[in-house]
Each structure stands twice: as C-alpha cells, then as structure tokens.
Design a binder for this molecule. Structure first.
Ligand code: SF4
Length: 248
C-alpha cells in the first residue's frame, strides 16, 4: 500500500500538469474512502461545485451554516442546489454551545477581542467542520494561492495531519479573474454580494465590502490586526493556521 507521503507527493506532481477537473478525478481515484467538499458558496467554491456536479464525481457537498450568514448566501445555496440538482448538507453549530457562547460574551461579542472572536469561530465553524469531515479520507477546498501571502506557501495537495485526511485545493493556481470567467462562461450562479464589492464573503457581521485596490481579504474581520486573522480551518505545511477564504 502506498505511504500517505508518497501519495501526496504523487498527486501534487500530477496536479502541476492537470486541469482542475482532473485533479478532482485523481483524488477520488486515489482514495478508497469518502471525499467531502466544504463550500462557503464563494466564487471559487461555485466553480468547483460546477466541476464536481457536471461530472457526477463521488464527492459529498457540505457547508458550515454558522447562523450568521448573509441572506444572499442562503439564496445562492438554494439556487445552486436547483441549478445542479445537488444537496449541500449543512453542519450547524451545537445549540447548547451557541447558547453558552452568547450568554458568556453577548450576541456580537466577537468584536470585543481576538479571543472572543476565535471562540465564536471555534463554536460556529471549527466544531461543525470536525463533524462535516468525520469519516472522510479526502477534503476539497477552494483555496487559491494568490488570496494571501501565506497561501502561496501551500500546495495543491497536502496531508492534513490533525484531521488525518488528504486535502486538495483543485483551483489553487487560478486567479480570481479566472474563477469569475469560469463561472460566467458556465452560467454558474454566484453570490449577489460580489457585485457590491464583497470579494471574500463569510459571516455577515464579520464581512464588509472592500474599496478598489484593497487586498481581496481586507473585508474579513476588518477590525483586527492583519496578522491575527485566521479562524483555524486550514493548517499550513508548517503546522500553523492559515487565513481562510471561505468560512469556511
Ligand atoms: S466569522 Fe464572525 S460570526 Fe462567523 S463564526 Fe467567526 S466570529 Fe463568529
């Protein structure tokens, strides 16, 4: 049986010359167990949804419904299911955990400190993510290299050691413009907020539109220091957390 490090190296080498769709195919072929795609309905995720759904790949769709998402995101969720005839399984935070969180820090307590914000992301995103990926061998995400400096140090395929699964970023080498062109060419629905200056869209109270020339992710947790912006979904090759593009 192929060692996990050899498998990751092989898939990475293949990915360098493959198209996004072929990268997804290769991951499915390499893993005997379930593969899960966590979508936050961002433009990258919509492109990947198109690739998976139109090819009928055996990859499950999941999303983390934090309870604080924009109405436009829920609209897009419904449109996406109708357009592709798929079901995106939601993973909600535990009700008792949200009750305890809000009781402790208030309904918008995440503005109060980085620690409070991380506690909210832990409750509303990280714990549900663990359930979304439970039993999976592969995890597909919409990370792109040019979303931030740190992401440039990532790769197409990696082994997420804490979660024990192979992670694929099939459009890691795409630009935002390529993702936008792809969704437009394929009549893939996208979030109405993108046209209003929201490039990276997460929870409503933690996302704002950006001005022309601002970094793509400047609208996420905009009140915090740049260096502290992460919510813990993605772990880099050095074991450190990476900023997330999607609430994902
Ligand atoms: S992005 Fe904001 S509202 Fe959403 S889970 Fe994190 S702190 Fe909470």
């Amino acid at each position: 049986m192929e060692a996990i490090s050899d498998l990751v190296a092989r898939l990475n080498a293949q990915a360098a010359t493959q198209r996004a769709f072929e990268r997804l195919q290769s991951l499915c072929a390499a893993l005997p167990g379930p593969v899960v795609f966590t979508t936050s309905f961002g433009i990258e995720d919509q492109a990947i949804t198109h690739l998976i759904a139109t090819a009928g790949l055996d990859i499950a769709f999941a999303t983390l419904d934090t309870g604080r998402m924009f109405p436009q995101t829920y609209d897009l969720w419904a449109q996406t299911e109708a357009r592709y005839g798929i079901k995106v399984r939601p993973f909600f935070p535990r009700a008792d955990a949200v009750e305890a969180l809000v009781a402790a820090q208030g309904v918008n307590g995440f503005y109060g400190s980085v620690e409070a914000r991380k506690a909210c992301c832990e409750t509303r995103k990280l714990e549900p993510l663990g359930r979304a990926l439970k039993g999976a061998q592969g995890w597909v995400t919409g990370l792109r290299a040019d979303q931030s400096d740190h992401r440039q140090g990532l790769s197409f395929v990696s082994f997420d050691e804490p979660r024990g699964l192979v992670k694929l970023n099939p459009i890691f080498d795409w630009t935002r413009e390529e993702a936008a062109a792809f969704t437009a060419a394929n009549d893939t629905p996208v979030n109405a907020l993108h046209a209003q200056g929201f490039l990276s869209i997460g929870c409503a109270p933690c996302t704002r539109a950006i001005a022309p020339g601002e970094p793509e992710r400047a609208g996420r947790w905009w009140w915090e220091d740049e260096a502290k912006k992460e919510c813990g979904l993605h772990v880099g090759p050095d074991g450190r957390l990476t900023r997330t593009g999607a609430p994902t």
